[in-house]
Every structure is written in structure tokens, then in C-alpha cells.
Design a protein around this ligand. Structure first.
Ligand SMILES: *Cc1c(COP(=O)(O)O)cnc(C)c1O
Length: 469
């Protein structure tokens, strides 16, 4: 499969190249040149397959030319044979129409493990083949950092430098990063905010002193391989609910538009999806873009769903490109104008393309808390606040008739409630405990390095500590 950039001028790459590159050199994001499609009969034949096998079937066309069938099968069995639930992503029924798809049975209790565990293995495979080293530099406000660290800890050819704003990450999230013992993991606690840490990372990718000496890689959801791995659980859940002979709707707690874009890809591949509900918190740029065509960045308001506290959503560019006729030059112009003014209107084609499949809904803190209380009262389920934003949107869409009563609505449960125990306890009076498999998190020793808030200190630390290639 060939991969092209949304901004039209970066070189075309194969799957291996796109995985190692992350961001395209023209500032765009990689997408497959065309969408592979399954017929209804082919999808029906996927029913009942175990997750690792289904994963290999869905990913096969995307990795063609870069991984053999045997290599892909082995990767999928290694990665998905090691989750905390035999079904990998089990479905739970809440009432007649509402369902949860639990995506938090990986090592760090958030859905990001489903894709990052695969990405770590892909890095290892491709770097071995090329005899190369990769340095991952990232900033995190929580979930991405721990999932990325767990995905690459102990790998020979990868080192990871993960920046977090000192004192501004929850205890569980920090400990999930700082208690990992591996010589290739550096946790850097930076003075300042998440945005400051993020700015350091972006600057490092543009700093010739750094890029001239180190090959940098990205683990955020701009990396195509992550989205590809997330497509699988849409197929997996729809097949259990009667697909492809019955359509299913999904409600997706959304930040960077990665998880919900994977649903769009599943639909493009032939899976009958009734609707994708983009559920946002009060940082609602996507809700405004989808409902009104107005994509304009505001400030970020901190919420009880920090993994969705975003100003702009990087992966939205992929949707705009695909719906807008795949015109890379026009996309580059549109995004450059947006980067200058922080505001843009969707074209008619983009708006119509988006509204054909997406609906958006926004949840404030009261809405979210009510959804947590509803799940607890109606179905005895303790859910996390991010999942609560999604469930609020799912319940609203069902009650208002946006989704017909005979169509199942699946909310993606993106984090285990024990990652956000304070917010859950405030909402329903129950303090969720950590599952046994991570139970000694508070007994393990932490290791991190504190750094001053200026860019040079971080850059020099990375340059001095990165093992030479
Ligand atoms: C990352 C994250 C999200 C948002 O996912 P996107 O792919 O960025 O839209 C939602 N919930 C949780 C718990 C997350 O960690």
C-alpha cells in the first residue's frame, strides 16, 4: 500500500516509511492512497474470529508490501494475546439500546494501548530491518505518555524521552510513567504547563541541532499505524451486534479526532455504520466544526476529562482532505491559512462529507456526571469521565431520535475508571480500585528527572543522554 500526504508535496511512502516518519515532511499527515474495501460477504465471514485473527485480516491490505502475512499474524498474536481480557475489547450491554465497548484492558488502562502496543512492535521490526535507531520525544498530560512508554520500554533500538508538566499530572498517570524500569526510558518533569512541554517537543522537531544528530519519531495519533490498529475494534464490535446485516452507531469521546477517524475508515472499508457521534467536552472546536462548519480555536478550559482538553484536533485534517476531494495543494493552502489565523470555514464538500456520517454533541461537567450516575444506577457499571462524555452523547442521540431505537449505540469506553478516581467518586460516591494486574502501582519506586522550564535545558538533556546511533 502507498501512503500520500494530506498536503500533497511530501514523498509517497510505503507502510514502513509512513510508520517511521509519523508526520509528513510537508507538515501533512499520511493516508493510504485508496481505501481497501471488503464486500458484505467477506465481512460476514469474519464473524466469530478471535481478536488477533480479525486484527490481522483488517490490517493486511494496509501493510501489504511491508510485512508478510506470517509477520503480521505473529505481531497480532503477540500484541493482542497479552491483554487483561481474553476478548481484548469486550462489549457490555447497558440497556436495550446502549452498549459500552471496553478499550481499557491494556497495560496502562486506556484505549491508547490497543494501538501503541502494536506501534512499538512495528518500530522494532522495521528498525531491525534497517539497522537504525529511533528517538521518541513526546509531551503528555497523561494517557499518551504512559501508553507510549509501556509500548517501547526495553526495546533495543528505541529510546523515549517523555515530558510531563511537573505536578500537573494525576498520581496514577504519573506513576504509570515513572515506575517503568527500563534503560531506554527517560521521564522528564518540566517546570510549566502541558502547552510549554508540547512547545518544546515541536521545537525539537524543527531544530537542526537535534534532527541533524538524531532520528526522531512520533507516537501521537498523527502516526497512521495507530489509527489502523483502532479500525479493528469497530469491526469486532459491529460483527457481534449483527453486522454487516445490521447497522451500528458509535459514540466516541473525542480529543485529537484519532479514535473516531478510525470509525470513519471502518465505514470506508465497507462496514455498515449508521452514524459516528463525535462527543466533546466544553473544549468543543469539533462540535462547532461539524454542526456549523466553523473550525476556530479558542483557549483550553481544564475539565474532568483532561485527555479531551484540546485546542485543535490534528487528525481532523485527514477527514477534511478525504471529504474535500483529496486535493493536497488546496488542503495545504487551507491549513496554512488556519495556522496563521487559528480559524477557518469548512468548504461545502467538507461539510457535506462530514455530516453524511458524523453527528456531534457536547457534554459539560453536569452532563458527564449524570451519565456516570445513569450507568451506575441502570447497569451497575462504574465508568470513567471520558466514557461519560461519550455515554451522555449516546443517550441523548437515542432519546432524541437522532438514532432510531432499533440501532445499537456503542460508546467507546476509553479509560478504566481507576485512572480518574477523584472525579468518579465525586460523581457517584464510589471510589474505583485499580485492577489487580496493576495493583502495586503505589508501592513501586518512581524515577524521573526534574528540569527547568526553558527549551535549551530539555534539548541539551536529550542530546547528552541519547545513545549515539
Ligand atoms: C486520548 C483519549 C481520548 C481522545 O482520543 P482521540 O483519539 O485523541 O480523539 C479520549 N479518552 C481518553 C481516556 C483518552 O486517553
Amino acid at each position: 500500500m502507498e501512503y500520500i500526504s494530506t498536503r500533497g508535496s511530501a514523498p509517497t511512502l510505503d507502510f514502513e516509511g509512513a510508520t517511521l516518519a509519523g508526520l509528513a515532511s510537508d507538515g501533512g499527515l499520511y493516508l493510504p492512497r485508496e481505501w481497501p474495501r471488503f464486500t458484505e460477504a467477506e465481512i460476514r465471514a469474519m464473524r466469530g474470529r478471535p481478536y488477533p485473527e480479525l486484527a490481522a485480516t483488517i490490517m493486511r491490505p494496509f501493510v501489504a508490501g511491508s510485512l508478510t502475512d506470517d509477520e503480521l499474524d505473529a505481531l497480532c498474536h503477540t500484541v493482542y494475546g497479552d491483554f487483561g481480557h481474553a476478548a481484548v475489547t469486550p462489549l457490555v450491554q447497558l440497556d436495550q439500546q446502549q452498549w459500552l465497548l471496553e478499550l481499557f484492558h491494556g497495560p496502562t488502562l486506556a484505549f491508547k494501548d490497543v494501538a501503541l502496543q502494536m506501534l512499538g512492535r512495528l518500530f522494532e521490526t522495521f528498525l531491525d530491518r534497517r539497522d537504525q535507531q529511533l528517538k521518541i520525544v513526546g509531551a503528555t498530560s497523561g494517557d499518551t505518555g504512559s501508553a507510549a512508554i509501556r509500548a517501547v520500554a526495553g526495546l533495543e533500538r528505541v529510546e523515549i524521552f517523555m515530558l510531563h508538566p511537573k505536578g500537573k499530572v494525576s498520581d496514577v498517570q504519573r506513576r504509570q510513567m515513572t515506575t517503568v524500569r527500563a534503560p531506554n526510558v527517560y521521564n522528564l518533569a518540566i517546570e510549566g504547563s502541558f502547552d510549554d512541554a508540547q512547545a518544546h517537543v515541536k521545537r525539537m522537531f524543527r531544530d537542526d541541532d537535534v534532527t541533524g544528530r538524531l532520528q526522531l519519531g512520533a507516537v501521537n495519533s498523527i502516526n497512521w499505524a495507530r489509527l489502523m490498529a483502532q479500525v479493528v475494534y469497530y469491526f469486532y464490535s459491529a460483527l457481534q451486534l449483527g453486522g454487516p446485516d445490521r447497522t451500528v452507531a458509535y459514540s466516541v469521546p473525542t480529543g485529537n479526532f484519532g479514535d473516531v477517524f478510525a470509525g470513519y475508515v471502518a465505514a470506508r472499508m465497507g462496514l455498515p455504520i449508521e452514524r459516528l457521534i463525535v462527543a466533546t467536552n466544553v473544549n468543543d472546536i469539533l462540535h462547532r466544526a461539524i454542526s456549523e462548519g466553523d473550525y476556530s480555536a479558542g483557549g483550553v478550559t481544564p475539565t474532568i476529562t483532561p485527555s479531551m482538553d484540546i485546542q485543535v484536533s490534528s487528525n481532523f485534517e485527514r477527514l477534511l482532505f478525504d471529504c474535500g476531494g483529496r486535493d493536497g495543494m488546496a488542503m495545504a493552502d487551507q491549513m496554512h491559512a488556519f495556522e496563521a489565523s487559528k480559524s477557518m470555514r469548512l468548504t461545502n464538500a467538507q461539510s457535506q462529507g462530514a455530516s453524511a456520517l458524523f453527528t456531534s454533541l457536547r457534554a459539560d461537567q453536569d452532563d458527564t456526571n449524570r451519565a456516570l450516575a445513569w450507568a451506575h444506577r441502570e447497569a451497575g457499571q462504574v465508568i470513567d469521565p471520558h466514557t461519560g462524555v461519550g455515554l451522555h452523547a449516546g443517550i441523548t442521540a437515542g432519546a432524541s431520535g437522532v438514532i432510531a431505537p432499533d440501532v445499537p449505540i456503542v460508546t467507546l469506553a476509553t479509560a478504566h475508571p481507576a485512572k480518574f478516581p477523584d472525579a468518579v467518586e465525586r460523581a457517584i460516591g464510589v471510589r474505583p480500585g485499580l485492577p489487580a494486574r496493576v495493583g502495586d502501582l503505589f508501592g513501586r519506586e518512581e524515577r524521573f528527572i526534574e528540569l527547568a522550564g526553558d527549551y535549551e535545558t530539555t534539548r541539551d538533556f536529550v542530546l547528552q543522554n541519547a545513545a549515539s546511533a
